[in-house]
Write a protein that binds this ligand. Structure first.
Ligand code: LLP
Length: 402
């Protein structure tokens, strides 16, 4: 049991709290599922990029899936070895590509023919050979929220099968490219196995067809996407996930790479706010708290459901309330019509499943400093990012005042 009251007494609110031991358990579950197979878990840094969190996974042996050179630098700083870092994303700049090649990461995940050309040109300029993988878009509906679907042709991600094949042939003929991997990632918060299996089959067939023309890949990168329980979702078991993938790879000697983000961190995280007051507009009841959409954007952006717990002495009957923050937007809510008892000033609201895509999607909108972050491990709490203050917020502008 986490003592939210004493943690917020010490570290104030709004506050992110991460249970690192839970992250370890999730990591081990996934590693265990692929036991007996060469596999790398490459933590998707975007889910929660706090250096201490990334370092925690690095110590467990994790690699890192990065989507900007900033994330690559974070991963290296946190102790992830370069040979376990991959770099994906539809829009890498020349500088980012150059640095990734110089840092000798495991591979650059290429997402278009144009990008392949840039990578080749930059590798040539540097007199290097760049290891690459190609992100294939298998055109499979992942059956998740449209904003987090990525494996359909009308999404911007990856390339179709025919383009991929052409790109592998081109890369194989280049003195500056070494095609080592193949990648797909069809979406996030996946709760159905069939679309994953179908995608893996399509991509494995391409691996086989490449092998017939002597292009032998080493890494089969299945992306991230494993869903978690926000509410009462039925989940994919890691064992079934692994079996489904392995079932597609018969007679192929490939290292499996997976890129989980949410699965490792979401349910390890809590976002805690203090109740400021309650108010009522007509029939509508609101609980106004000190955290806001600039701290945790998911409800506003995706209408995402997060379980909410009230820490209160109140014994009152539950009523349906909207839990809202101080930001000047009607979209600034954590939940609508949520059943909570009458709350008092300084009671706490704990938003669950906030460890993935929480702090990282935060902003300084309304000149609000971002929350502090605290990690719990083996019963001790440690501040891993201090609360932003006003000086932090204006630091980059102050020098330009005349
Ligand atoms: N690999 C690639 C190439 C990705 O694009 C992503 C997530 C992952 C791995 C990790 O996916 P995960 O295991 O966490 O599902 N902000 C949204 C989620 C965006 C996911 C973006 N890509 C949310 O709050 O739900």
């Amino acid at each position: 049991m986490i003592d939210f009251r004493s943690l917020t007494d010490e570290f104030k609110t709004p506050l992110y709290i991460y249970d690192l031991d839970y992250m370890t358990e999730q990591y081990n579950k996934l590693k265990e599922a692929f036991k007996g197979r060469k596999s790398i878990v490459a933590y998707a840094v975007k889910a929660n990029s706090n250096l201490s969190v990334v370092q925690h996974f690095a110590k467990l042996g994790s690699g890192a899936d990065c989507v900007s050179i900033g994330e690559v630098r974070r991963a290296l700083k946190a102790g992830v070895p370069a040979y376990k870092i991959i770099f994906s994303g539809v829009g890498k700049s020349d500088d980012e590509i150059r640095e990734a090649i110089e840092k000798d990461i495991l591979y650059i995940n290429v997402e278009s023919e144009a990008e392949l050309g840039r990578v080749e040109m930059i590798a040539k300029e540097l007199g290097r050979v760049s290891r690459i993988s190609i992100r294939v878009n298998p055109n499979i509906d992942p059956k998740t929220h449209p904003y987090i679907s990525t494996g359909l042709h009308d999404n911007k991600f990856g390339v179709d099968l025919n383009s991929a094949k052409r790109m592998y042939i081109m890369a194989n003929n280049s003195a500056h490219l070494d095609p080592v991997g193949i990648h797909f990632h069809i979406g996030s918060q996946l709760t159905e196995l069939t679309p994953i299996r179908e995608s893996a089959e399509i991509v494995a067939d391409l691996v086989r067809s490449l092998a017939t023309i002597k292009i032998d890949l080493k890494f089969f990168d299945i992306g991230g996407g494993l869903g978690i329980r926000y509410d009462d979702e039925t989940l994919i078991e890691p064992y079934d996930y692994a079996q489904a993938i392995l079932g597609c790879l018969t007679a192929l000697d490939l290292t499996i790479l997976c890129e989980p983000g949410r699965f490792l961190t979401a349910n390890a995280g809590y976002f805690v706010s203090k109740v400021l007051y309650e108010k009522q507009n007509g029939e509508k009841k609101f609980v106004v708290v000190d955290g806001a959409m600039n701290d945790l954007l998911r409800p506003a952006l995706y209408k995402a459901y997060h379980k909410i717990e009230a820490i209160t002495e109140s014994q009152g009957e539950k009523r349906a309330v909207d839990i809202v923050g101080p930001v000047c937007e009607s979209g600034d809510f954590f939940a609508k019509d949520y059943p909570l008892p009458a709350l008092n000033h300084n009671d706490l609201i704990v938003v669950h499943s906030a460890g993935a895509y929480g702090f990282g999607m935060g902003s300084n909108y309304n000149t609000r400093g971002r929350s502090a972050e605290v990690a719990l491990q083996g019963g001790t709490a440690k501040l891993i990012r201090r609360r932003e203050n006003f000086e932090d917020l204006i630091a980059l502008e102050e020098a330009y005042l005349d």
